[in-house]
Write a protein that binds this ligand. Structure first.
Ligand code: ZN
Length: 153
């Protein structure tokens, strides 16, 4: 499965916004591979990411793993996709090996400054960047489609 199958039929506005936020072209986004909740790799990944509150992750510069039932009608789920596509862009820009090394370095170094694993994870620069874009996507959707609901924080 690819992103184009996962989000088939949704408004092009959403895809354009994700493209703008992540820096990936629409075509690049649509061709990213998706491993769904039912896949073996997703079940393994869930063990690793659920302690820090994660619902999805990337395994290489072409593949996103979902551990949740993705619903393309939910803004939160599209925002999660935007988060993971940010990591795809980071990996493609920096290089997969370098990305993984520096991601883990930051994670380990954060254990000196934060008391919970979730805080260590959320303060990795790549995560801060991805969460920012995820929030900006939600902000955009609320401003456009729900009559200006206020997004706090
Ligand atoms: Zn992330």
């Amino acid at each position: 499965m690819k992103v184009k199958d996962l989000i088939d039929g949704i408004s092009g506005n959403y895809i354009n916004k994700i493209s703008e936020l992540t820096g990936l072209s629409v075509d690049a986004i649509l061709n990213v591979k998706i491993k769904t909740k039912k896949s073996f790799i997703s079940r393994i990944s869930k063990i690793a990411i659920s302690p820090v509150g994660g619902e999805s992750c990337v395994i290489d510069k072409n593949t996103i793993i979902l551990t949740i039932d993705f619903d393309k009608r939910k803004i939160q789920d599209l925002a999660l996709l935007c988060h993971e596509l940010t990591h795809i862009e980071q990996m493609r820009r920096i290089g997969t090996a370098k990305f993984i090394t520096s991601y883990l370095k930051e994670y380990i170094s954060n254990t000196k400054h934060y008391s919970t694993l979730e805080e260590c994870y959320k303060n990795i620069s790549y995560e801060k960047d991805a969460y920012d874009r995820q929030k900006n996507f939600i902000k955009y959707c609320y401003n456009c489609y729900s009559g200006g609901i206020q997004w706090t924080n």
